[in-house]
Write a protein that binds this ligand. Structure first.
Ligand SMILES: Cc1cc2nc3c(=O)[nH]c(=O)nc-3n(C[C@H](O)[C@H](O)[C@H](O)COP(=O)(O)OP(=O)(O)OC[C@H]3O[C@@H](n4cnc5c(N)ncnc54)[C@H](O)[C@@H]3O)c2cc1C
Length: 564
């Protein structure tokens, strides 16, 4: 990625064919799709990349078994195909995980769920029972081909296998379990990887750039004005096409020439809370579990970065959508469900992290609860020509981007087909690609390979050049100080929170270890040496992390979460 200074130079006062507002997964996807079809593209992100829902998801690349209940079959099928494609395009970053639905004690397996899993299998299938012609036409429709990862059908496993995969169930005498597959990822890393690919095709991206106005001439959107965060300066960029990909904020970007309210979406925000627990306290081993959470609701308990991730809730929300916090009653609800199911006695004080996110659900005006509102994406077009793409899921980013750029292509009558189904996202690292310098252990190298793929070499080069940077950011965790330097140098990270919440995920994986300015000082120093901070500024930046952590509510074990 260009440095911010270079990106400002390339964007301010210039003209691009496409300007994208929002640097979450949707905006990143639109930038990649448009740039790879030959458009000149600039992307502007108000805060940091993936700061919104795209860093606050459940980290699943999945079809969404529960949407079958709402008969959202099209959405599930589309998401399942994308899931397979993502494993192919980003094999280092999107990986299959076994999911268990266990029957405990006297319980019998839920037959209705078994039927649902049958459907899930069939909908994920791209090969069985298809003629050659069907397979060829599916390739034309950009569905994964024969060489893609394809999950095994769901099956029933016995008690021993259940306990081997999910030791946390040991106290609950599982009889057996359904086993099926879905995929997991690091959501922010997926966004950064897509942005990296977009840049390879010539897109220019800038964070800390809040779009404040859609500029129009003769009723047509001709660009945007934005405020650059460091200087506070207002800048403009001209565009043939303006794409609003601001997720839950999509109804706040409004060109002057808005004729009808139906030209922009009405967002019905829904908050989801997640908890992180030490794997020693809730050992998921290799598998995720589906956990009943009352009134027919299900939550997940997933292994993630060596911790156990529990989520999520789904409640209408009218609070601060920029910094949503995990609410006390959501935390209590999730802990109660986990304790009931696994026979544990976990409380707030056992949490190593927590976060909340707000889903950009589209309100159709009917009074349905957020749980029942479809996750389908919608594309809107104003009379000024601004396109808004919102709703959807992390998993379906590519389809959303395609839908948007197809509309731009159609407007212009260009011959420019979509290529994103065949563009690898980053590059997998082969064994031997990553030669670790002294002090960088196997766990760190493995994590770097997951997070950056082949590009992990750059982190290792930084660590090799300065052995101080081969040290972990948090003692005992595999994330390296060298990653902070890389984040500032190549990924436009601007502050400690950018590194702790998004470039690494330590802010939610190890919140109790990051409670003091002293604990984050080595990180502030590593960032500061790259960004030219004085000693005083390094102290200020370390203190600023404490404020950011409190604002986000990442550490309920330190300060009980407030309701609301
Ligand atoms: C709790 C929860 C769990 C989820 N779990 C999953 C899951 O497991 N799997 C899955 O597939 N999906 C999941 N989702 C859905 C998925 O996370 C979202 O659909 C997706 O991340 C939305 O991406 P986006 O880019 O549209 O929005 P966002 O990620 O919110 O990005 C919008 C960006 O626009 C920026 N912005 C806003 N205003 C401006 C402005 N004026 N100028 C410049 N930039 C601006 C914001 O800062 C933000 O970065 C989950 C969502 C939530 C909330």
């Amino acid at each position: 990625m260009l440095t911010r200074a270079r990106a400002i130079e390339e964007i301010a006062g210039k003209h691009f064919e496409v300007v994208v507002i929002g640097g979450g997964i949707t905006g990143a996807g639109v930038a990649l799709d448009a740039a790879s079809r030959g458009y000149s593209v600039a992307l502007l992100e108000r805060g940091d990349y993936a700061l919104g829902a795209s860093s606050r998801s459940s980290k699943m690349v999945h079809g969404g078994l529960r949407y079958l209940q709402n008969f959202d079959l099209g959405l599930v099928r589309e998401a399942l195909l994308e899931r397979q494609l993502m494993v192919r395009l980003a094999p280092h970053l999107v990986y299959p995980t076994p999911f268990l639905v266990a029957a405990l004690g006297e319980e019998r397996r839920d037959r209705k769920l078994g039927l649902g899993l049958n459907m899930y299998d069939v909908m994920a299938t791209t090969r069985a029972g298809r003629s050659r012609r069907e397979r060829r036409s599916s390739r034309e429709r950009e569905e994964p081909d024969e060489t893609s990862w394809s999950p095994d059908r769901h099956r029933t496993i016995d008690r021993d296998e259940v306990l081997e995969l999910a030791p946390a169930l040991a106290a609950r005498e599982p009889n057996d379990a359904y086993l099926f597959y879905d995929c997991q990822t690091d959501d922010v890393r997926l966004v950064l990887t897509i942005l990296g690919e977009a840049e390879r095709f010539g897109a220019v991206t800038l964070n800390g750039a809040e779009v404040t106005e859609v500029i129009s001439r003769d009723g047509k959107a001709t660009g945007v004005a934005f405020v650059e965060a460091d200087s506070g300066e207002r800048m403009e960029v001209a565009a043939d096409h303006v794409v609003n990909a601001t997720g839950v904020f999509a109804d706040q970007i409004r060109p002057g020439e808005l004729l009808g309210e139906e030209d922009v979406p009405r967002i019905a925000p829904s908050r989801g809370t997640h908890l992180l627990i030490d794997a020693a306290d809730l050992p998921m081993g290799k598998a995720a579990c589906i956990v009943p959470a009352g009134e027919g609701r299900m939550i997940f308990s997933l292994p993630w970065y060596g911790r156990t991730l529990v989520g999520t809730t789904d409640n209408d929300f009218d609070g601060d959508t920029t910094h949503p916090r995990p609410a006390a009653d959501d935390i209590a609800y999730l802990l109660e469900a986990v304790n009931d199911f696994f026979g544990t006695a976990l409380s707030d004080s056992d949490l190593v992290g927590a976060y909340a996110g707000v889903r950009p659900l589209i309100s159709t005006g009917d009074p349905r609860k957020s749980v029942d509102i479809s996750r389908k994406a919608e594309l809107y077009e104003t009379s000024s020509g601004m396109l808004t793409i919102t709703g959807g899921k992390l998993t379906t980013w590519r389809r959303m981007a395609k839908q948007t750029v197809d509309r731009i292509v159609e407007r212009e009558g260009r011959e420019a087909p979509c290529h994103t189904h065949e563009i690898p996202l980053g590059m997998e690292a082969r064994p031997g690609d990553l030669e670790a310098p002294d002090g960088v252990g196997e766990e760190a190298t493995r994590q770097l390979a997951f997070r950056y793929g082949h590009a992990a070499r750059k982190v290792l080069e930084i660590a090799r050049a300065d052995p101080k940077l081969a040290h972990p950011i948090v003692p005992g965790r595999p994330d390296l100080l060298a990653e902070a330097v890389l984040a500032a140098r190549l990924e436009q990270a601007r502050c400690v929170a950018d590194v702790l919440l998004r470039r690494t995920r330590l802010g939610i994986l190890a919140a109790p270890e990051l409670r003091t300015a002293k604990a984050v000082r080595p990180l502030a120093d590593a960032l500061g040496s790259e960004l030219g901070w004085s000693r005083r500024q390094r102290s200020r930046e370390a203190e600023a992390w404490l404020e950011a952590a409190a604002e986000e509510g990442v550490d309920p074990a330190a300060a009980p979460a407030r309701a609301g």
